[in-house]
Every structure is written in C-alpha cells, then in structure tokens.
Design a protein around this ligand. Structure first.
Ligand code: PEP
Ligand code: MN
Length: 361
C-alpha cells in the first residue's frame, strides 16, 4: 500500500536545504502581527515551512480555540510576503475546504483526529483528487496500526505527498515528558514504510524548551527527516502551549547546533560487519546459557514436585535479586538493567516449574 514515490514533497524540500527539514511557527495563530512577526524571523532562519494552528483542539471548553477562518488570511500573507510555504491543522472536512480555498500549502492531521478512523476517512474523502502535501501526527495512544492506518487512508485516495509526525504518546505515568517518546514506534513505522518521511515534534513530546534540542538530535540520530518546533515571539504570553514554545532566536541556536549524521562509508560498513558478527556470537552464547539454565530449572521443578515443595521459594528469589545486580556492577553493567532482565528470567523459570507441577498432576 505504500506510496512508491521516493521523492515526495517533504523529501524534496529537505534536499533543497541539504539539512533536516525545518517546520516552525506558533502553536496558534493569535493575531496578524504575531503571525507576520514570527514568519519574518523564521524566514531569516531559512525555515522550510511556517506552521500555525487556526483551529485548536483544546482539552477544556472555554479556553482559546483558535482564531478560525480569520487566520487563513494571515497565513496567505506569510506566503505572499515571505515566499514561505504555510501549514495548518485540519480536523473537519470544512477545515480542508477553507484551507484549500486559501491556498494553504501543507495540512496536518492532529493527534486527537488521527486516533479516529471515521474522522480520518472523512478527511481523506475530501482530499481525493487533490495532491496537497499532508502530515499525519501519531494518535495520542501508542497504537502503531492506528497511525499507519491513518496514513494508508490518505494513500488510498491517491495522495502521495504524505509524511508522519512523531509527537509522543500520552501516559498517566509521571515522567519528564509531556508525551512519552516511545521511539520504537516511529522506528517501526519507518521500517514498515521506508519511503515515508518522518518528522519529530519535540515541542509536544517534551512540553518544555530544554528538551527540544536533545529530542531533535535524538530523532536525527535515528535518521528522521526533519523537525517541527513551536516558535513564538513572546512564548510566556502565548494563548496556547505557552510552556513549550521558544523564541525564533532560540530556534536559530538549536537549528545551528543540530548535527545530521552522514551516510556510512565503506570502511565503516566493514568495521560494523565485523562487530556485528561478534554481537551475533555473544547473543548465541546468551541464548545457549539461558537454555542451559532453564533445563536445570526444570530439573529442580521435578524435584520440588516429588518432595511437595512450593515452586516459589522467597529466599531464593531475594538472593537472586541481590547477587545478580552486584555481579553486573562488577562487570560494568548497569545493575538496574540486570535487575529488569532477571525479572523476566525469573518469571519464565516459575512458569516452567509450574508447568512441571501441572504435567502429571
Ligand atoms: C499542535 O501541533 O499544536 C497540536 C495541537 O498538536 P497535537 O495534535 O500533536 O497535540
Ligand atoms: Mn501546540
């Protein structure tokens, strides 16, 4: 189902820049002055696409829900005055109609919309026959199929200029992030669709200015294609997402600091091949050792059964969880890592012994 087009709109913009694609602008368009002032500064930074939300999905009613249609004219002014492509979020078919009528260059589907296949399908139907570039944020919950499904719905109506935006996943667990990055999900999406550009949105993942640079660099290290960063001339006064927006000046520093990792050369490839062989050998040894361990576990299980001894022996459990992290530390491994690994190993050992007990009970 993947669009075969290798060079879609987003790849081409990135190539022109010969740097990661940079999308920036305020969370929300608030006034004509704020929009034009931000765009003027971002143009100087050679940002590729100017973003601004005009219809804002807010958790609570009664908060600022965007300026709506009025903002379209401001975005058009940005296009004309600075020659900057402009992007906005669309959540309803009517938003798309307005956006197309006002020549908005790029659309994006937000996290609260990509979560709903009915809504995405409805948007896809309106887009049939256009070829407007469109970005799909991951759904709020960590569901890869739902994210991929939203993208496939757009491909299915003939859109080829599609990109994914990684904006993190909501969680109830306390964490330093506003939305957990769970990098394995975008990486899996990339593995599934190698031609699909992926852009990181460190503003919504981190929720705070100091996380924007490390999250962006991490994404580039994972070979993402670009960044989308919320930028406001006076972040503290922003009407939405005031805690995470940065000034154009700070954005400039971040964009200069970001390093694109280069394509590996032949010497690197052969060194990596040698090292990977060593890793393969080590992994085999680990798995052989685990198989050996589990055979002994089974033997003890039988013995426990014959002697009517309970499978779980607490002192033994405690001893394992004390000694293994200590051994790990002596071998320069992180004790927490080995602790976690042994949780899994111990659970499997208990499962094996429970099976033995059940077998001819
Ligand atoms: C936004 O980009 O301002 C936005 C509302 O993002 P998300 O859909 O990721 O919450
Ligand atoms: Mn926002």
């Amino acid at each position: 189902m993947e669009s075969r087009k290798q060079d879609n709109y987003f790849h081409q913009l990135g190539k022109l820049r010969r740097k990661p694609l940079a999308i920036a602008g305020p969370c929300s368009a608030e006034s004509r002055e704020q929009v034009l002032d931000t765009a003027r500064q971002l143009k100087e930074l050679q940002v590729d696409i100017f973003r601004a939300g005009v219809w804002k999905p807010r958790s609570k009613p009664g908060t600022f829900e965007g300026v709506g249609l009025e903002g379209m004219a401001w975005l058009q002014e940005v296009r004309h005055e600075f020659g900057l492509p402009v992007a906005t979020e669309v959540a309803k078919p009517q938003h798309i109609e307005f956006a197309l009528k006002h020549h908005i260059d790029v659309l994006w589907i937000g996290a609260r919309t990509s979560v709903n296949p009915f809504a995405v399908q409805e948007l896809a139907e309106v887009l049939r026959g256009t070829n407007v570039p469109i970005m799909v944020k991951n759904p709020v919950n960590p569901d890869l199929a739902l994210w991929a499904g939203a993208i496939e719905r757009l491909w299915a109506v003939g859109l080829t200029d599609v990109a994914a935006i990684h904006r993190g996943f909501s969680s109830y667990e306390p964490s330093q992030y506003r939305n957990l990055p769970l990098w394995q999900l975008p990486v899996q999406l990339k593995a599934q669709y190698p031609n699909l550009p992926i852009i990181v949105d460190p503003s919504h993942i981190g929720g705070k200015p100091e996380l924007i640079y490390p999250l962006s660099q991490k994404a580039l290290d994972l070979d993402f294609d670009g960044v989308m960063i919320e930028t406001h001339p006076n972040p503290k006064a922003a009407l939405s997402d005031a805690d995470q927006q940065i000034t154009p000046a700070v954005l400039g520093e971040i964009l200069t600091k970001l390093q694109v990792r280069s394509m590996p050369d032949q010497a690197f490839v052969s060194r990596a091949e040698e090292l990977r062989k060593k890793i393969d050998r080590a992994d085999r040894e680990i798995i052989e050792a685990l198989a050996r361990r589990m055979r002994v576990v089974e033997e003890i299980g039988k013995d426990k059964k014959e002697n009517n001894v309970a499978v779980l022996q607490l002192e033994r459990w405690n001893e394992i969880f004390q000694t293994r992290p200590q051994w790990a530390a002596q071998m320069n491994l992180t004790p927490e890592f080995i602790q976690e690994l042994y949780q899994l190993i111990h659970v499997e050992s208990i499962r094996i012994q429970t099976e033995v007990v059940k077998k001819d009970a």
